[in-house]
Ligand binder design. Structure first.
Ligand SMILES: *Cc1c(COP(=O)(O)O)cnc(C)c1O
Length: 266
């Protein structure tokens, strides 16, 4: 976010270090979710808040759980796996929200309840094999590239219907909806356009075969844009920094960006 428009005031999220800090941050985010839902004439209970704990050490995540987080999202499987083990005594479920390589499917199956970044049949088949062996199912969201940036992960909108048809042959994968990352830009109209595109993909699929999308969740919106996402129909906002505090690790570590076209490994 370092090369944002100069006119945008820098958003600093102070680091939450006590249960009270987390309780305050969660309350503030929930209030903004409720206000955004009200603006859109929506019921705030339709919007799930998924706290994203990436880069946050397990002992600090523990405080967030004490403040009420019951579900946590992580981008990278290795990191998530370590935290799930360190916090195994707590009643939390884990969601993996980042691009997956097929050789990590086994790890996802070992600890995650949800995978939000399904973007290829190869990964779908790898998960299906491991899930079948473990005799379990996995909730998944299909990631869609709504920003038309060639380097972004996710299916092209035009390919989603066919992809969902193929995934529906894999009984271990329970498709719950779609996920996207908007453009990273201070121009909220461009951001809004990405979210509208995701909703339009859902409506197109529903017109053909509503069963392909299960409940039709739309996972869209992060710390910088979740209110716009809710106005455009988000049912799951993935919020990290506004709850845990600013991250030192640049976002380009987690997804390829125009500024850093080489995707990081993992
Ligand atoms: C890190 C991350 C988020 C949350 O971003 P914040 O800026 O911390 O709110 C959301 N979605 C994905 C896929 C992420 O990797």
């Amino acid at each position: 976010m370092g090369d944002m428009d100069e006119s945008t005031p820098p958003v600093r999220y102070p680091e939450a270090v006590t249960v009270a800090d987390f309780a305050a941050n969660l309350a503030a985010v929930r209030a903004r979710i409720a206000a955004a839902a009200a603006r859109a004439g929506r019921d705030p209970d339709e919007v799930r808040l998924l706290p994203i704990s990436k880069t946050v050490p397990a002992d600090r995540v523990r405080l967030a759980v004490a403040a009420g987080c019951r579900q946590l999202g992580e981008n990278k499987v290795q990191e998530a796996k370590g935290k799930a083990a360190a916090l195994a005594d707590l009643d939390v479920s884990w969601s993996v929200v980042g691009h997956l390589q097929t050789n990590k499917a086994k790890d996802v199956v070992a600890f995650a309840d949800e995978f939000q970044a399904l973007d290829s049949m190869r990964v779908a088949q790898a998960l299906d094999r491991r899930l079948a062996a473990a005799d379990r199912t996995l909730d998944v969201l299909v990631q869609v590239n709504t920003s038309a940036e060639p380097q972004k992960y996710g299916l092209e909108p035009a390919d989603v219907l066919q992809f969902l048809r193929e995934v529906s042959d894999l009984p271990t994968l329970r498709v719950r909806g779609l996920m996207t990352l908007a453009l990273f830009t201070p121009d909220s109209e461009l951001v809004r356009r990405c979210f509208r595109r995701l909703r339009a993909v859902r409506e197109r699929v529903r017109d053909v075969d509503a069963d392909l999308l299960g409940p039709g969740e739309l996972s869209m919106g992060m710390s910088g844009d979740y209110e716009v996402a809710i106005e455009e129909g988000s049912t799951c906002v993935r919020v990290g920094q506004a709850i845990f505090g600013a991250r030192a690790t640049p976002d380009s570590h987690y997804w390829p960006s125009a500024a850093d076209p080489a995707p990081s490994g993992d």
